[in-house]
Design a protein. Structure first.
Length: 194
């Protein structure tokens, strides 16, 4: 019992690494200072809640899963898809089991449950969370392209092809057809939705 607070603090510090670890695929595309894994996970959680609400599921559950979907990368890093065929990485559930070992049971079950549900892909919320992961990548690629990075089309194409829900597909089409700052122009021009 006395070890539990120490292990919990350790987990919180470990999760903090996601703020420092960069998404490595963007380095392949030529982005010098890519987003962090935490940056990606935050917007993924927001997108997951939006998609899930549109699809009639539980937005809170989808957002929750999205917050934990890449936490394993504190231990295995963000392995680019280019490298994955050559490496034998542990399953995310195995990494998570190691991360939560020795934590209070309610916390360990909470984290393991979120990761397990996400990886099983059987609930509507998990499908929406996975779509959010891909849609976030697509949106980030568009933003990087607008910043002058020309090698991001493979990320756009693979993300678009992976989407499952009608809501995610509609949002992707809209993102592809608009600029990332069009919303700013609408606000500055005083346009209000009525």
């Amino acid at each position: 019992m006395a070890e539990e607070p120490s292990r919990l603090a350790g987990l919180l510090y470990e999760i903090g690494l996601l703020k420092r670890y960069r998404r490595t695929g963007w380095l392949v595309a030529g982005v010098r200072d890519p987003e962090s894994i935490a940056d990606h996970s935050f917007r993924t959680a927001v997108i997951a809640s939006v998609i899930t609400a549109l699809e009639g599921g539980n937005p809170e559950r989808a957002a929750f899963m999205s917050l934990f979907h890449d936490t394993q990368e504190t231990r295995v890093t963000d392995i680019p898809y280019l490298a994955k065929p050559y490496l034998k990485a542990a399953r995310n559930e195995e990494v998570t089991a190691d991360q939560v070992r020795g934590l209070p049971e309610p916390v360990a079950e909470m984290v393991s449950g979120a990761v397990g549900e996400y990886e099983e892909k059987t609930s509507l919320e998990a499908v929406c969370a996975r779509d959010a992961d891909k849609l976030e990548c697509l949106i980030q690629a568009i933003e990087y392209r607008e910043q002058g990075h020309q090698n991001v089309q493979p990320w756009i194409d693979s993300s678009l092809a992976a989407l499952k829900t009608p809501s995610a597909k509609r949002l992707a089409d809209e993102a592809l057809g608009t600029g990332s700052l069009e919303w700013v122009a609408r606000v500055l021009n005083g346009e209000r939705d009525t």
